[in-house]
Design a protein around this ligand. Structure first.
Ligand code: IPD
Ligand code: CA
Ligand code: CA
Length: 250
């Protein structure tokens, strides 16, 4: 997993702030670059060379399905819009699932040299140092982060009213542009909470385990146990989870 993420990171570093092809996907601002595809190829090559029989789900190629119980869930650049604009808040995310349970995950932002890693039951780490969520138990003084989909018509819930509720409380709400980094920064205690509608499994596969292993809580907007195929994501330090849930699902 680490070899794979470093292979992708080398490609991101090589092209960052240089020239590369950029295309729109389903909507004008949902971008894919040639760097996403090259990073994806490099990551998949490493995984395939070690585990040719494993199932792969990766954002740009989709499913490379096999009958294996092991599934690698890959986002070759999370924060492609940032990457395309030369904003160094982007990363690679790789999760490994077995029989529907996330076993291991890693997120690497090569521009800040931050490598997040978690293994189920063994804790979460940033550059090998153990991670712990924040201790703040009051939503009123929380620092939050969220994200917005590229096209609201694609979802049945308008994200603005919830965003507005938090902003009207006077809370600092950031928008970094990379859901995987948002989750890791909750795990690192930089943010107390993160919510977003309509994420995909490759955005959250690794970050979800990293939050849980750092002592945080992650659920859908009903407070049900999370799974990475959910379309609602609320990740917190655990202590402000119920307060955030009440505000979101009100
Ligand atoms: C996007 C980022 C962003 C989130 C979008 C995602 P991409 O992933 O995670 O923060 O708001 O919903 O699609 O397209 O850069 O891989
Ligand atoms: Ca993504
Ligand atoms: Ca992506």
């Amino acid at each position: 997993m680490l070899r794979a993420i470093h292979a992708g990171a080398e490609i991101l570093r090589h092209y960052f702030e240089g020239t590369f092809e950029i295309q729109s996907k389903d909507t004008l601002n949902n971008l894919v670059t040639e760097v996403d595809k090259k990073s994806e190829d490099a990551i998949i090559d490493v995984i395939k060379s070690e585990f040719p029989e494993h199932f792969i789900l990766s954002e740009e190629v989709g499913e490379l399905s096999t009958s294996s119980n092991y599934k690698w869930i890959i986002d070759p650049i999370d924060g492609t819009v940032n990457f395309a604009h030369g904003i160094p808040i982007c990363c690679i995310s790789i999760g490994l699932e077995c029989d529907g349970q996330m076993l291991m995950g890693t997120v690497f932002n090569p521009f800040m040299n931050e490598l997040f890693f978690a293994e189920r039951g063994k804790g979460a780490f940033l550059n090998n140092k153990p991670l712990k969520v924040s201790a703040n138990a009051q939503m009123e003084i929380a620092c939050l982060v969220t994200g917005f989909p590229y096209r609201w018509a694609a979802i049945d819930t308008d994200p603005i009213p919830v965003f507005e509720r938090f902003v009207r409380l006077g809370l600092p709400v950031r928008r970094l542009g990379s859901a995987a980094i948002d989750l890791c920064w909750v795990a690192a205690g930089r943010f107390d909470g993160f919510w977003e509608y309509n994420l995909n499994p490759w955005d959250v596969a690794a970050g979800y385990l990293i939050v849980e292993e750092a002592g945080g809580r992650i659920s859908n907007f009903n407070g049900d146990p999370y799974n990475v195929y959910d379309k609602q994501t609320l990740a917190t330090n655990g202590k402000i989870h119920e307060q955030m849930l009440a505000l979101i699902s009100n």
